[in-house]
Design a protein around this ligand. Structure first.
Ligand code: APR
Length: 300
């Protein structure tokens, strides 16, 4: 029996609280901060949930540790794991999730300020969210460069080596790739996916600075930060939630309690403990956007 003092919010009342906040503050806009958990229902395994296909595949390639797949020195020695990952994840074979379409509805209803994503699957773009709202903190496949002399190459240079159209045996770990190399110095060419130890795109830092000022300039509008589908384990992205000004309300939608929400919970934090698509559906219903969401999700 719950003691009177502890007010536990069930998932649906937490979702209602987000909807109420947006209804009570009609000028409030949302900044989303998202990770792999919003794409798991699209068939793209996340990285750290136990027993995900992607991790299993990469484990077959006997990586010294999971993150080695995004380590430049390891890539220079053995590009195979990253090629395997890139082949699994390459944009174009996946459809956005209900959660991606919910974010599109925030844009359509003029309630969207920004989306900071850690994902490299470009599903925010495939959900037709305008690019100016989307900050790809961990880069994307759209640009390539040589890791030795930094010479830039078009998208096809790397993509053509993935042999995406060729069928590959189930245990794709055994596929032999011939790797994309620089015409000038023979160095390996890699997409501008941010590897551990590499800097994030300057647009990430510049926009976040701008948005932090925006929060304070528009305090009376009661903007909201919605964080979803991320373990908040990779910095500097993971420091965003703690850098949200204290007077700005935060909400977390995640299967597990993570990051600053666990370490330094705030009085006003809203925690929606559960599946992102389920929460998207319920929140859309609360906001009167359910038909629009179904339409978008049906590819309408
Ligand atoms: N609904 C809600 N939460 C989910 C769902 C779902 N359907 N699926 C997964 N999650 C949660 C998991 O419980 C976990 O907390 O999403 C989080 C995913 O965490 P990670 O796998 O660590 O993904 P992410 O946080 O995006 O990883 C950050 O690490 O691997 C590097 O650069 C890579 O961008 C990636 C970064």
């Amino acid at each position: 029996k719950l003691s009177k003092r502890v007010i536990r919010m069930g998932k649906s009342s937490a979702i209602k609280k987000v909807a109420e906040h947006l209804k009570n503050h009609p000028e409030a806009k949302v900044i989303f901060m998202v990770g792999a958990g919003i794409s798991t229902s699209c068939g793209i395994p996340d990285f750290r949930s136990p027993k995900t296909g992607l991790y299993h595949n990469l484990a077959k390639l006997n990586l010294p540790f999971a993150e080695a797949v995004f380590d430049v020195d390891y890539f220079d020695k053995n590009p195979q794991p990253f090629y395997t990952l890139a082949r699994e994840l390459y944009p174009g074979n996946f459809k956005p999730s209900k959660f991606h379409y919910l974010m599109k509805l925030f844009e359509n209803n003029k309630r969207l300020q920004r989306i900071y994503t850690q994902n490299i699957d470009t599903l925010e773009h495939q959900a037709l969210i305008s690019g100016s709202y989307v900050i790809e903190a961990h880069g994307s496949f759209s640009k390539n460069h040589c890791i030795k002399c930094s010479k830039e190459y078009p998208l096809e240079k790397f993509k053509s080596k993935l042999k995406i159209d060729e069928t590959h045996s189930e245990d794709s770990g055994s596929t032999d790739f011939d790797y994309a190399r620089c015409d000038d110095c023979g160095g390996l060419v890699k997409p501008a996916i941010v590897f551990f130890g590499e800097g994030l795109p300057s647009r990430f830092f510049d926009t976040w600075e701008e948005d932090q000022e925006w929060f304070l300039k528009e305090k009376e509008k009661n903007h909201l930060v919605l964080i979803a589908g991320t373990s908040l384990t990779v910095y500097p992205f993971a420091s965003l939630p703690e850098e949200v000004p204290p007077e700005v309300r935060r909400a977390l939608i995640n299967q597990e309690l993570v990051g600053d929400f666990k370490a330094f919970p705030r009085e006003e934090d809203i925690i929606i403990h559960g599946d992102v698509d389920d929460a998207a559906q319920k929140l859309a219903a609360e906001l009167g956007w359910l038909t629009d969401l179904e339409l978008l999700a049906a590819g309408g």
